[in-house]
Write a protein that binds this ligand. Structure first.
Ligand SMILES: [Zn+2]
Length: 138
């Protein structure tokens, strides 16, 4: 697996990456609008994004399903905090547009009867430095 070579980002590093790439979408990625989580459409051109980093920590065997919403957002909110240790961010990889570098988060949701690839734009202002979730390794 080439994944082992991906850098694992914490909240600070994720925010830096998002800040460095804060710009308008290019023509290639403009169709991908996901201020909050969206299902990745079947027609989405997979080669438009490349994986550049991950939030999945190899030292956390069983990432928590707990979510982080101190301000009352929900999982689908456009203002939901991006807290890397919490669900679903602890299952996410960081992707960027191959053309302009605009960053996204992606993970695969395993429902009871379906598997869905989800995508969300990454914005620095949403990245939250959160306390460790209950049950996480010290
Ligand atoms: Zn782009």
């Amino acid at each position: 697996m080439t994944d082992v070579a991906l850098p694992v980002l914490d909240a600070q590093q994720l925010r830096q990456l998002a800040q460095a790439q804060a710009h308008a979408p290019c023509r290639r990625c403009a169709a991908l609008k996901a201020p909050g989580w969206e299902a990745l459409s079947a027609t989405f051109e997979q080669s438009a994004l490349r994986k550049v980093a991950t939030l999945r920590r190899s030292d956390v065997e069983d990432p928590t399903l707990a979510e982080y919403h101190p301000a009352g957002s929900n999982a689908w909110s456009a203002d939901a905090p991006v807290a890397p240790a919490y669900f679903p961010y602890n299952r996410c990889d960081v992707w960027e547009c191959v053309q302009c570098g605009r960053p996204f988060l992606r993970y695969v949701e395993y429902g009871g009867y379906y598997i869905e690839e989800r995508v969300r734009e990454l914005h620095a202002e949403n990245v939250a430095v959160a306390p460790e979730p209950p049950g996480a390794l010290a």
